[in-house]
Write a protein that binds this ligand. Structure first.
Ligand SMILES: Nc1nc2c(ncn2[C@@H]2O[C@H](COP(=O)(O)OP(=O)(O)OP(=O)(O)O)[C@@H](O)[C@H]2O)c(=O)[nH]1
Ligand SMILES: [Mg+2]
Ligand SMILES: [Zn+2]
Length: 300
């Protein structure tokens, strides 16, 4: 069999190898060419050198349309050392998944992912899961949804075990590609499996990700039967904002930006400043999220 290059999509990466699918529909486990200047990520379009019956080598990574990135603190290298991690690429949206309970909903985490999505040029969407556990929760899921809708983030409240929830998320995604992000155990994979009919987990992915019932360890691309795709990501505990400017933050809080028109001083930071109009106009939980993030920006 002669050597040839074929365009392909990266489905999952693990252990220095990638599960890829060629545009001809063939799945292969690929090595990385030594000269690659970055690591392939789920969602990457690549040129695959097909050299044998099986396998292949990723020789070229095509330019990316979007990147979802976060900063990671490197414990081994001291408190201040940060490393950038690319979680998923070429997604059009970021589906933020948060359960209303078990684990409890954390607005701070949602807000940070929002900022990262906007910054990376993706539309953030919100799915609040485990509606069936709402009585145990501190917050009303519909109120959470309304607060985010007020800043232009579309979302749904779902019980992942009902078809109604699946339909609502499908409508939200409208056939697009979304990176699915959130804390561990919120139900990302459960939702992804429902939307991709579960049957998409094929041999190559299985080999690399060991994908099954348990916690997700590798970003994994899965097609939705009616169009679009989901990139199921491992759960994240924290989402550092290092490298994000106050301007990035302002665009993530359009409601605060609007309300600030009434502040006495144009450089008002809305942190209890004299003549601040924001406190009276913005929902307290939103303002608290904003203040927490400003604080964090100033300490990283
Ligand atoms: N009660 C209830 N449980 C759910 C719902 N959705 C998912 N779960 C359960 O929540 C647990 C975690 O679900 P996963 O889908 O593995 O969560 P995940 O977000 O993919 O977790 P990581 O891969 O670790 O990030 C499983 O036991 C699911 O059965 C829901 O709507 N209601
Ligand atoms: Mg998972
Ligand atoms: Zn103000």
């Amino acid at each position: 069999m002669s050597e040839r290059h074929e365009p392909a999509l990266v489905l999952a990466v693990g252990g220095g190898l990638a599960a890829v699918r060629t545009d001809a529909g063939e799945e292969r486990i690929a090595k990385f060419a030594g000269r690659l200047d970055r690591r392939p990520v789920a969602g990457d379009r690549v040129q695959l050198l097909v050299e044998a019956e099986e396998g292949g080598r990723i020789d070229v990574i095509e330019p990316r349309t979007t990147e979802l990135r976060r900063q990671q603190r490197m414990r081994s290298e001291g408190e201040r050392a940060m490393k950038e991690q690319v979680l998923a690429v070429n997604a059009e949206c970021v589906l933020i998944v948060a359960s209303i309970a078990d684990p409890p909903l954390r607005r701070g985490l949602i807000d940070r992912i929002l900022v990262a999505a906007w910054r990376g040029g993706m539309e953030p969407l919100l799915a609040i899961t485990k509606e069936d556990l709402a009585e145990r929760a501190d917050e009303d899921p519909e109120v959470v949804l309304a607060d985010y809708r007020a800043i232009g983030v579309d979302g749904v409240v779902i019980d992942v075990r009902t078809a109604a929830g699946e339909d609502a998320v499908r409508a939200l995604l409208a056939g697009r590609t979304a990176a699915v992000v959130g804390h561990s155990g919120v139900g990302k994979s459960t939702l992804v499996n429902a939307l991709t009919a579960g049957g998409q987990v094929t041999g190559a992915i299985h080999e690399l990700s060991g994908r099954g019932r348990h916690t997700t360890t590798t970003a994994t691309w899965l097609d939705m039967p009616a169009g679009g795709a989901l990139i199921d990501l491992p759960g994240i505990r924290s989402f550092s904002l290092a490298g994000i400017t106050p301007n990035d933050l302002a665009s993530a809080f359009g409601d605060i930006a609007d309300a600030s028109a009434g502040c006495r001083f144009s450089d008002c930071r809305h942190l209890g400043d004299d003549g601040c109009a924001v406190e009276a106009l913005v929902e307290p939980a939103r303002l608290a999220s904003y203040r927490k993030l400003v604080n964090e920006l100033e300490t990283t």
